[in-house]
Structure formats: C-alpha cells, structure tokens
Design a binder for this molecule. Structure first.
Ligand code: CTP
Ligand code: CA
Length: 230
C-alpha cells in the first residue's frame, strides 16, 4: 500500500497506544505471559507520530527500539498497564488498546523463589481475574469526545461467527471501534503482516486487506481521524 505523503491529520491531537503482552508474576523470577510481540502497537505509534500526533506508547514487555518522537512508558503487569493508561487517558483524544493484558493473575505472589520438592509434586496455582482496562476507560470516559479503540483476536465457535462474537464484544466493552483479527487459520504472533475488520456500533467501518502492520495502523488512524472529525 503506497500512501505517498502522509497527511498531518492528527496534528494537535494526543493519542495513547498500548502494546505488547503483560506478565503476571508467580515469584521474583517466574511469570505467566502471552505471545504478543508489540509489533502492531509500535506500528500504530509510529503511524500516529507520522500523522502529527503527540504519542504516548505504553509498552508491556516489548523488545523493540523506542519509536522516534514517541513517549514510551514501560510496564510489566496488567496492574501497571492499567495505572499507565489511566494516567494518560485524561489528556488523550484517542486511546488504542493494542496490548494483550493477561486475563488472569496468580492470587498469591511469592516474595521468594518457589522451590521444587524432592517428592515430584508440583504446586497448584490459583488465579483471579485482572481488571478489564478497555471496559473501564470506555464506560467511565476520562475525556469528552475521546475515541477508544479495542482489539479482538477471535476464532468462530459454536456460539457464533467471528463477526458475531466481535459485535457482541464491542457492545460489552463500550468502545467506539474494535479491530477484529480472524485467527482461525492459525496464530499471527510476531508476523510482519496483519489483516482486520474495523467495527463500529453501526457495523463494519472498514475491511482492511492483508498488508504490513504499518498499513493496518494507517487504516485504523483513518477511522479514528474520521470519528474525531465526527
Ligand atoms: N483488554 C483490556 N484489559 C483486559 C483484557 C483485555 O483492556 N484485562 C483489552 C485488550 O487490550 C483488547 C480488548 O480488551 O483491546 C479485547 O481483548 P480480548 O482479550 O479479546 O477481550 P476479553 O474481554 O479478555 O475476552 P476473551 O475472553 O475473548 O479473551
Ligand atoms: Ca482476553
């Protein structure tokens, strides 16, 4: 996708992007994590900066260099991600939650490294649910007119197709746009490419063909910019 010269249609706007995957610690050296690479979130941050926005990037465990001209806030856990997003939200005209926060965290975190026993037994891990950051910021807006974008990687199942499940998720979360990845065909983690459908409450806002994560990022900002112009 060739865009030629990028238009500064986000000039004067503050945007906040979250990227990467959170870690939930069991002890000082072990955690539960996920495979989010942060590539799509970083592409979103770079694209927004190219379009003139002031960008805050909340990065959870991403091993990529800081994008030029972007304020990067590094976090590890979902609780830290939530704190950073809530801190940045009042100043943000748009928030894009590209991060994959862990849905669950261990109920107890051991201060000391958990030792294995000689009898071959293993400890049971009890989990509790993490707060839903996207739902919280969507249902209790910290800035008027703010555009909030969620991401959803879905496979269809017995309860519905990818689009049906995504439409229900958009309504449940209360965000303005939902970027839907159909991952039925296998995982896309770490891939340089992506493809997506962008949903709004009114239905499919854009069908984004397979392309670089940069081109998908620009398609998302196209929708955000249009919604901000509203
Ligand atoms: N999200 C969030 N806080 C969480 C979990 C998810 O803000 N604790 C955000 C993600 O950043 C993403 C969106 O919610 O933008 C959808 O994430 P997803 O995992 O698809 O939603 P869940 O409600 O966790 O549903 P599922 O049971 O399908 O995982
Ligand atoms: Ca989830």
């Amino acid at each position: 996708l060739s865009r030629g010269a990028v238009q500064p249609d986000l000039a004067g706007r503050h945007v906040l992007v979250s990227a990467g995957g959170t870690r939930e610690y069991l002890d000082p050296v072990r955690f539960l994590g996920n495979r989010s690479s942060g590539l799509q979130g970083y592409a979103l941050a770079r694209a927004a900066a190219a379009r003139g926005a002031e960008v805050t990037l909340v990065a959870a465990n991403v091993s990529l260099p800081d994008p030029a001209g972007v304020k990067v806030v590094r976090v590890e856990t979902t609780a830290q991600l939530r704190d950073a997003v809530l801190a940045g939200a009042p100043a943000a005209d748009a928030i894009v939650m590209a991060a994959a926060p862990a849905d669950f965290r261990p109920t107890d975190v051991s201060d000391a490294k958990i030792k294995k026993s000689e009898d071959g037994s293993a400890p049971a891990i009890t989990l509790e649910q993490n707060p839903d950051i996207l739902k919280e910021i969507s249902q209790h807006r910290l800035r008027e007119g703010q555009v909030i974008v969620g991401f959803a990687a879905e496979t269809g199942d017995a309860t519905g197709s990818v689009l049906e499940l995504a439409t229900a998720k958009l309504a449940r979360k209360g965000c303005d746009l939902l970027v839907v990845n159909d991952v039925s065909g296998g995982a896309v983690f770490g891939s340089p490419d992506n493809e997506a459908v962008i949903l709004s409450a009114a239905g499919v806002a854009a069908d984004v063909p397979r392309g670089s994560k940069a081109s998908v990022a620009h398609a998302i900002w196209d929708q955000v910019a249009a919604t901000l112009r509203g």
